[in-house]
Write a protein that binds this ligand. Sequence first.
Ligand code: PAF
Length: 317
Amino acid sequence: MEAPFRVLVVGAGAMGCLLGARFFQAGAQVLLLDVDQAHVAAICERGLELQELNGDRRKVYLRASCVREDPGGPADLVLVMLKSYATARALDLVFPDAMGPQTLFLSLQNGLGNGEILAELVGREKVLVGVTAQGATKEGPGRIRHGGEGPTFFGALSGRRPDTVQAVLALFQEAGLEATYREDIQVLIWEKLLVNVGINAVTALCGIPNGAIADLEPARSVCEAAVREAAAVAQAEGIPVSEDGVHKVLTVARATAANRSSMRQDVEAGRRTEIDAINGAVVRLAGQHGLAVPVNWALTQLVKVKEQSYGGKGVQA
Ligand code: PAF
């Protein structure tokens, strides 16, 4: 009998839980790892409560742990879903024997730089990076809601497709999740970054839903200016992002009109945000190319003021 595909999910927030649950339902052996003790305890005691897109609720009985636990052999896939500022600690909860010569690491995190940080930990050849249009929200410990369906794209950080990537694609397919391997994954990562650059900080600072970015003229102006600056940095980096970047960002804002962006959720919950990997990353790269990005700089500084004003949990982490 063929051994089940073994998956470790590092960072069992809403998206980590959703993907972990789907892989488990497809027959994979899944272990969720997370530092949120209440969340892990709820999943272990009562199972993960998953609210589907149609409103149905189901329990998924996944293994979860907030300490290093032996998954019973090397993982085929380590799915990294941590907040971007925690990527350097991605292996803290991973049992050393869980990383074998064939193990691939897939980051579907927000922002820039996650793959490079993982590469320093496990080697560039093993790292896949990507973006997903799946949406999920954590409603409370052990409870998540699937909020939206969409494709997932990933590619090799090194540019060389690993032989075992086919098995990862097959897993997504068996789990009913649309996924595609892309040679040009950096373009897609930058296009997703432009969305986050334009929506996240403005919605977090103003306390507005995503749709207000398109509807309120002053919010739209700031969004457009931030996205244009970031697109110029992408061009300087040699990343051919599409010409209609601003249009795409406004389309996402309208499509997710009622949503609270992830950064707004972080600010409203008094948590550290991913600003350093989003607008902050644009500022850092712009500096390397001698480009001025005053709007991204101001948004970064203002979100940091916000974090410091509430002493955001993990701001120093
Ligand atoms: O970070 C987020 O909230 C999401 O990536 C997006 C697309 C802005 C929708 O809320």
